[in-house]
Design a protein around this ligand. Structure first.
Ligand code: GAL
Length: 362
């Protein structure tokens, strides 16, 4: 088609083609600009300041950056999926929350990069599950300098750090001391108080999450102090090992402890359910039976753990309420985006899960 015009009436037609191209190019430009302002597509479409009441054509799009300490974690996977689906329920014809969730891969440098990028791209708010709680101060300083609200979840920063940038930062979480206490009570409230050999002392093994995490520290400490307080008995720690919240590590640690201490072990406390699931496998493999010759408790109330609680494969667990925690974190994010001041802390209760009440949480 082009070749025919060039040979027949070259000069005239070339001009016409150029005009046509120029027209098409400008039409395309107009179209793509219109597309940008309708669906957001980034931060060129910052919401206007009219308080959220838009018309269908001027939808407000808010960008929320989420960084999870690592994706490869059973409990935080449930938590992050709930953040995502709860945000979706808040989208309307007038408002859209675009949520970007990134994997911190257990690497603080990686997570810092993600936070820097969220800020550089002018995201409206951040939800951060810190890789290292001790890095909170640095993160808060960055957010404060950029005037961005930051909602910390799951890994609690120090009280000192939480005093920074009041109103713009918050911690939404559960008080890990409470989960530890509930674990202690799960054993102390048994008819024999867990003291299978009747020597007045509970011989136990502790499987720790990761020592940098305040949840792990408090569960390790408060499970035992509460056990002693409620039972009035003494304790003897046979073993304490770090299992990084991981099922395979929990299994290995408890298998080794069973080989070393055998029938001496009366109770196994795991800082979370993933490790308790591993412990349950090791206990079965060693020919022991939970509820008869050993006791086992975890935290989180994962579905598999609740199955074990109802069939007697675990003594009990503690519900770590990821539904209410994630919803509260999202609600805080929306409040902050709307310019409301946040409290420093929002607490969600843990719940003790026993064979008697497990059915209602499944
Ligand atoms: C705890 C939870 C663990 C693990 C950890 C990650 O609250 O019980 O399973 O997810 O958080 O920080």
């Amino acid at each position: 088609f082009h070749a025919i015009f060039v040979t027949a009436q070259g000069a005239v037609m070339e001009v016409k083609m150029k005009k046509l191209f120029a027209f098409l190019a400008s039409a395309l430009m107009v179209l793509s600009l219109a597309a940008c302002s309708n669906n957001g597509g980034g931060n060129n479409d910052k919401p206007t300041d009219d308080g959220g009441a838009g018309t269908g054509t001027d939808k407000k799009v808010y960008n929320v950056g989420v960084s999870i300490y690592k994706f490869d974690d059973n409990f935080m996977t449930l938590y992050r999926k709930e953040i995502e689906s709860y945000f979706k329920t808040l989208n309307t014809d007038e408002v859209e929350y675009k949520v970007t969730i990134q994997d911190g891969k257990g690497d603080m440098a990686e997570q810092t990069n993600q936070i820097d990028n969220f800020i550089a791209q002018d995201y409206d708010a951040l939800i951060i599950n810190l890789v290292q709680a001790t890095s909170a101060a640095t993160v808060i300083d960055k957010c404060e300098a950029a005037n961005k609200p930051c909602i910390f979840i799951n890994r609690e920063p120090s009280e000192e750090d939480m005093k920074k940038d009041p109103g713009m930062i918050t911690y939404v979480g559960a008080d890990a001391r409470q989960s530890g206490k509930f674990q202690g009570e799960l054993i102390a409230d048994l008819p024999n108080k867990g003291d299978l050999n009747g020597d007045g002392v509970l011989q136990y093994v502790m499987v720790v999450g990761d020592p940098e995490n305040v949840d792990a520290k408090y569960r390790t400490e408060f499970s035992i102090s509460q056990y002693q307080e409620v039972s009035g008995l003494k304790v003897e720690k046979l073993d304490e090992q770090r299992g990084d919240w991981d099922q395979a590590k929990g299994q290995e640690i408890v298998a080794n402890a069973l080989t070393q201490y055998g029938d001496k072990i009366e109770a196994v406390f795991c800082n979370n359910d993933a490790m308790a699931l591993g412990a349950a496998q090791a206990i079965t493999a060693a020919g022991r039976k939970v509820g008869e010759d050993i006791y086992l408790v975890g935290v989180d109330a994962l579905a598999e753990a609740m199955d074990l609680v109802s069939t007697g494969g675990m003594t009990g667990t503690v519900l770590n309420d990821h539904i209410n925690q994630s919803h509260k974190a999202v609600d805080c994010t929306v409040q902050a985006i709307n310019g409301e001041k946040l409290d420093a802390y929002y607490w969600i209760d843990y719940i003790k899960v026993t064979p008697e009440n497990v059915a209602q949480y499944k």
